[in-house]
Design a protein around this ligand. Structure first.
Ligand code: ADP
Length: 161
């Protein structure tokens, strides 16, 4: 795990935003921006899942997301290899932040959120995707890249993977 070293403040509301971020898109960026209205701090946690086939090396994703939020005191970026609830607990997160783009996301997210609540009592707060980003997913971006298409329009400004 690669965690930062920020000092704890007991009164802060900390959100954990877990995901693969393979790659981090403007859809994710929109969620982080809106999440900052709900939390004092957001920890973006890149899950490393050996079983899941990834495209961009995790170190690269970590580097690029950190660079995107450099200078933003309220955002931290880490990687983790445990259960999401374990890292949430370890980092003192008060809730998990996730996005919902469609009914398909809802079905998937609901199961995980219910299990996480049952395991540890941690709640998941969902933000509906902004309509202009609702069609954007990391998997579609990877597919486009695979066929040689330009993906820069789907990535936050300045991000190069
Ligand atoms: P995972 O592999 O864990 O599903 P992702 O990196 O694909 O992680 O997504 C992380 C979170 O961001 C998920 O809750 C997903 O629904 C949300 N998300 C992804 N793309 C968008 C988008 N375009 N708008 C809003 N939320 C999104």
């Amino acid at each position: 795990m690669n965690v930062g070293t920020k000092t704890d403040n007991k009164h802060e509301r900390i959100a954990l935003f877990p995901g693969s971020f393979d790659p981090f898109t403007i859809g994710h960026q929109s969620l982080v921006k809106r999440g900052l209205e709900l939390a004092d701090r957001i920890i973006i946690a890149i899950g490393i899942n050996e079983g899941k086939q990834c495209c961009f090396p995790v170190e690269r994703r970590l580097e690029e997301i950190r660079a995107l939020y450099r200078g933003e005191e309220r955002i931290e970026v880490v990687t983790y290899q445990t259960l999401t609830t374990d890292i949430a607990k370890q980092l003192g997160a008060h809730f998990i932040l996730r996005g919902i783009r469609s009914i398909i996301d809802f079905e998937y997210e609901k199961t995980i959120a219910d299990i996480n609540r049952e395991l540890t009592g941690i709640e998941t707060i969902f933000l509906l995707a902004e309509p202009q980003y609702a069609h954007i997913s990391s998997s579609v971006v990877r597919e486009l890249l695979h066929f040689g298409k330009d993906i820069t329009g789907f990535l936050p400004k300045g991000m190069q993977l």
